[in-house]
Design a protein around this ligand. Structure first.
Ligand SMILES: [Cu+2]
Length: 648
């Protein structure tokens, strides 16, 4: 298991996430230097990232100045504050009241909200009407309230909680949704404001448990072991990862979870930068059912809940298989204490099928290479759903992000015999509303340097004519997306559309500017109307590609505080000045949507559905950069000709 290739030492780098000691020290400094109300909740404590200039100039051994960025809520006044603390100088550098916003809901609020709802007489009456008398068996999920312009919501920190009922203490409670009951809770006062009861629908009759005791275990699976007796081929030093010409840093924030920093690929002795920073900086799940228990389901799972805070503790042989190295993540609780999530980030190599092959039938020789990828991953549980984030790096210079969705669908109950319009039945009287999951990956690009341009490339058919007498001609057309206004685009798979991030100042040996291309995968458009609250609040989902001029304050596609936000924040405001984009420091934001028409097979726990995209070199290298990957067997046993002669 032990390997000399893996050096688990802490390096001091400006992008290292805050450690437990730093988190607690930052909060201690705030407590010492500011008069805090007794009812303060700490939402997040994370690294206040230094400027690119500082990071890119950093050399090993240089002194590192460390700062923390803290968001807190003063529950008494209902105010939100942003605080920057210098750990190096032990002082509060800035303290800013941000008016009219609600930061993400924190874990303690979930727990306290459930208790407050269970204790409320109106909610208890609603439960008794449904035959529920043991309130300890209920599960109350604090769904974000959204912003529907209700005057009574104004200025309050709210959730619209939904209830499910377990049959026994170890039961999958999501089997029994309580339809037509929405409980509005003020989180600052931790008080139930209203219980909206739209009438009784019976609880669904069936259990939905999925342990082997219930589901059984099929026979026939022989053991499968991944052995790397010499250890993995990557080297992890602190948060820096080096593998097969790739070098990158792994970051982690309570909000985004996994963050990938400073990605480079070594090419003929040059360490060539590709990405400065990448993360899934936002997501939203709009539901398509207009009825009272459903219309407000629009979870922004990154900005409203904190994907990092909800990261799982991963286990070898379960979440990842093989020769695994892990990184712990450290987040904060609402009292400013550090919370270590052991093994939150999994790093391992995977065989990824063949990388390239050619059989020369005249010579009877074959050259084939196996592809291996380095996968950096993390999984978060947000209430009923699981999201896995997998960044993969390939030997041919490709980068892939895959999000894997699993867990339990958000559901409801229908009366016996009812056939829902806005979704599907997944089990008797259990209903899964139609919905979508839109993710936005923010990629601060650095293709051979900070100054880049973005082109859209479409393929067009030539018109018939003297230059196209056989009507077969087609070619690509590249259009510069020269400003933030022009760089708001949709996918178009029918014209083979992709986007190229080029560095106009660096040419490959063919004289073309070096580039990476963004290759969309599965995608969809949002179906919520243009004036829907969720469309205003998550305008990022209305375009698949956005490009912005780099501004370190522009971090989140739906803005800094999407929770209860009326809309217009994030990308629409970032591009309002229509900044020019040619040959400059820019950020690419890619929205990708999973369209979830729920199936009975998604019940009671859904098989993983992956969605994602790739960044591929496109004239970045002079030729296939993976020619030098060694043959799969030491003496070239795969490299000699086998039979199977066939005519060309
Ligand atoms: Cu879904």
């Amino acid at each position: 298991m032990a390997s000399t290739a893996v050096v688990e030492t802490a390096t001091s780098h400006p992008l290292d996430p805050l450690g437990a000691g730093e988190i607690e020290r930052a909060w201690q400094i705030v407590c010492e230097q500011r008069n805090l109300g007794l009812r303060t909740r700490v939402v997040s404590i994370m690294l206040h990232e230094p400027t690119k200039k500082v990071v890119l100039a950093h050399r090993p051994g240089d002194p590192v100045e460390r700062c923390a960025f803290i968001v807190l809520v003063d529950r008494e006044a209902g105010h939100t504050y942003e605080v920057v603390v210098s750990l190096t100088e032990s002082r509060v550098l800035s303290w800013v009241h941000v008016p009219g916003v609600q930061p993400a809901i924190v874990l303690d609020e979930f727990v306290e909200c459930e208790a407050a709802v269970r204790a409320d007489a109106r909610w208890q009456a609603a439960m008794r009407k449904r035959g529920v008398t043991d309130f300890s068996l209920t599960m109350v999920d604090a769904w974000s309230a959204g912003n529907f312009g209700f005057p009574q919501d104004e200025g309050r920190r709210l959730v619209r909680a939904l209830t499910w009922v377990r049959r026994g203490p170890a039961d999958n409670g999501y089997a029994r949704p309580v339809a037509n009951v929405v409980t509005v809770v003020d989180l600052n006062e931790m008080k139930v404001l209203a219980v909206e009861d739209g009438g009784v629908v019976p609880l669904p009759p069936e259990d939905a448990n999925y342990s082997p005791a219930v589901a059984g275990e099929r026979p026939g699976l022989k053991s499968l072991h991944i052995h790397q007796p010499e250890g993995p081929s990557f080297v992890l030093s602190g948060h820096e990862l080096a593998w097969q010409k790739w070098r990158l840093r792994i970051g982690f924030t309570p909000r985004e979870g996994l963050v990938i920093h400073t990605v480079t690929y070594e090419d003929q002795g040059r360490e060539r930068p590709i990405l400065y920073r990448a993360s899934v900086a936002d997501m939203v799940v709009p539901y398509g059912d207009p009825r009272p228990t459903y219309f407000h389901r629009n979870a922004f799972d990154v900005g409203e809940y904190g994907m990092g805070t909800l990261a799982n503790v991963l286990a070898n042989g379960c979440d990842c298989l093989g020769e695994i190295r892990y990184l712990d993540a450290v987040v904060n609780d609402s009292q400013g204490r550090a919370v270590t999530l052991p093994n939150a980030v999994c790093i391992h190599e995977e065989d990824a099928g063949i990388l390239w092959k050619h059989f020369d039938w005249r010579l009877g020789t074959t050259e084939v290479r196996r592809s291996r990828r380095l996968v950096v991953s993390s999984i978060s549980t947000v209430g009923n759903y699981e999201y896995g984030f997998y960044w993969s790096f390939y030997q041919d210079g490709a980068i892939e992000l895959q999000v894997k969705m699993t867990g339990v669908i958000s559901n409801g109950a229908e009366p016996p015999g009812a056939k829902p319009i806005w979704g599907e039945l997944v089990a008797p009287q259990v209903y899964g509303p139609i919905h979508q999951h839109f993710f936005n990956a923010r990629m601060d690009m650095m293709v051979d340097g900070l100054d880049n341009s973005v082109y859209e490339v479409n393929t067009v058919a030539d018109p018939p004519g003297p230059d196209n007498p056989h009507h077969n001609a087609f070619h690509t057309e590249a259009t510069l997306l020269g400003s933030e206004g022009k760089a708001q685009r949709l996918i178009d798979p029918l014209v083979g559309r992709f986007w190229k991030i080029v560095n106009p100042s660096v040419r490959n040996r063919l004289g073309e500017p070096v580039a990476y291309k963004l290759m969309p995968g599965e995608n969809v458009r949002p179906f919520a109307g243009p004036d829907a609250a969720v469309t205003r609040r998550a305008a990022f989902m209305t375009k698949h590609l956005w490009v912005t001029h780099h501004d370190p304050r522009e971090r989140y596609a739906a803005g800094d505080y999407p929770n209860q936000h009326p809309g217009g924040a994030g990308l629409p405001s970032y591009v309002a000045d229509d900044a020019p984009l040619e040959n400059t420091d820019l950020v690419v934001w890619y929205t990708f949507g999973a369209h979830h028409v729920v199936r009975p097979e998604d019940w009671p726990v859904m098989p993983v559905t992956p969605i994602g995209f790739m960044l591929k070199p496109s004239g970045f290298f002079d030729r296939n950069p993976a020619l030098d990957v060694p043959r799969p067997t030491p003496h070239g046993a795969c490299a000699t000709g086998e039979s199977a002669c066939h005519a060309p």
